[in-house]
Design a protein around this ligand. Structure first.
Ligand code: PHE
Length: 340
């Protein structure tokens, strides 16, 4: 009797599963069949009342019914899930070909871009980045850099004076003196920033940018400076860049050098960017004059230093093939758009 009843329960349940029209209805059938006091669960409990001979047969049938119901529930459940997913995909469909309203992506201006690139390379080499004031005293900008008042070497860097003693710094070298007074060697610093000079033509602007580097330690020499600058230049302009060191003069370094690199546009052959020479002048550098160390309170018998100063506008112009320095300051959106 119980067996026939079970077969009937199975058929009824399968029909209900078939006709369920939502997850909720399906769940109700699941509880009705397999819940704590569900039909199949109760049938299992009913085994107790059946004679031992009939038990295996009944047990097998209960298992068969349970498996059939579980399978049917699963198949129908998956069907509902798939339908729900399809519905969501349909509703949330985005037209990726539709033009965006916020399509304009900005880019860094060439100057901050070059500052980021150079300082990143220097930080990799163990330098700390520091900044100093743009409105500077005559002392830090000139005198502490071994450029006394009324000395002819001041002619190289005429700047804007606010009073006799206060001026717009003409070189980031001023930060050298400030940091040497504060720090105990050994140290390695770079200082990027704005600088000012009474100069204006296609390659000079009254406001421009430099990045100064300074290393103070025992037993360092011109060889360290040259190898460091070689690595720096190759990382900035590429491994195949040729580097040339020329003797030069700065009041605060002795010996002093100027550094040229092969033109990244023509690789040394000569083009309009390097004005046919194949090389571009990029920075001044040298071994810090012992007088400069002493003025800042560093024992020049024990310590030596080397320093280098980049013109960043020039570097940005070379990296972006810009021919007039004024383009960097005009804020012309057509020019800036090309910098992406
Ligand atoms: N300050 C120098 C200039 O502006 C560049 C420089 C820096 C040279 C450091 C030597 C060492 O011309």
């Amino acid at each position: 009797m119980l067996l026939d009843e079970l077969v009937k329960i199975k058929e009824d349940l399968l029909k209900e599963i078939q006709s369920a029209s939502s997850q909720k209805e399906l769940n109700d059938v699941r509880i009705k069949a397999l819940g704590k006091s569900g039909l199949i669960t109760s049938a299992s409990k009913g085994m107790r009342d059946v004679s031992p001979e009939d038990r295996p047969k009944l047990g097998a049938l209960i298992n068969e019914v349970r498996t059939a119901i579980e399978q049917a529930l699963q198949v129908k459940g998956e069907k509902f899930e798939q339908e729900a997913l399809n519905k969501r995909l349909e509703e949330e469909k985005i037209d990726i070909t539709e033009p965006s309203k916020f399509g304009k992506v900005g880019a860094l201006h060439p100057i901050p871009d070059v500052i980021d690139r150079l300082t990143d390379i220097c930080v990799d080499m163990g330098f700390s980045v520091v900044e100093g004031p743009e409105i500077e005293t005559d002392y830090y900008n000139f005198e502490a850099m071994n450029i006394p008042k009324n000395h002819p070497s001041r002619d190289m860097q005429d700047t804007f004076f606010i009073t006799d003693e206060i001026l717009l710094r003409s070189q980031t070298s001023a930060v050298q003196a400030r940091e040497m007074e504060k720090r105990k060697p050994p140290f390695k610093i770079v200082c990027p920033g704005k600088t000012y000079r009474n100069d204006s033509d296609a390659t000079h602007s009254p406001i421009f940018h430099q990045l100064e580097g300074l290393v103070v330690d025992e037993n360092i020499s011109m060889a360290d400076l040259k190898s460091m600058l070689t690595i720096l230049m190759k990382r900035l302009y590429g491994e195949d860049t040729m580097i040339r060191f020329r003797p030069s003069f700065f009041p605060f370094t002795e010996p002093s050098i100027e550094v040229d690199v092969s033109c990244p546009n023509c690789h040394g052959k000569g083009c309009n960017i390097c004005k046919g020479s194949g090389m571009l002048e990029l920075l001044g550098a040298g071994v810090v004059n012992p007088k400069v160390l002493e003025m800042s309170g560093i024992d020049s018998k024990k310590y030596r230093g080397f320093a280098f100063g980049f013109g960043l506008d020039r570097t940005a112009m070379i990296l972006n093939s810009i021919s007039n320095i004024k383009s960097l300051y005009k804020n012309d959106i057509r020019f800036l758009n090309q910098m992406k």
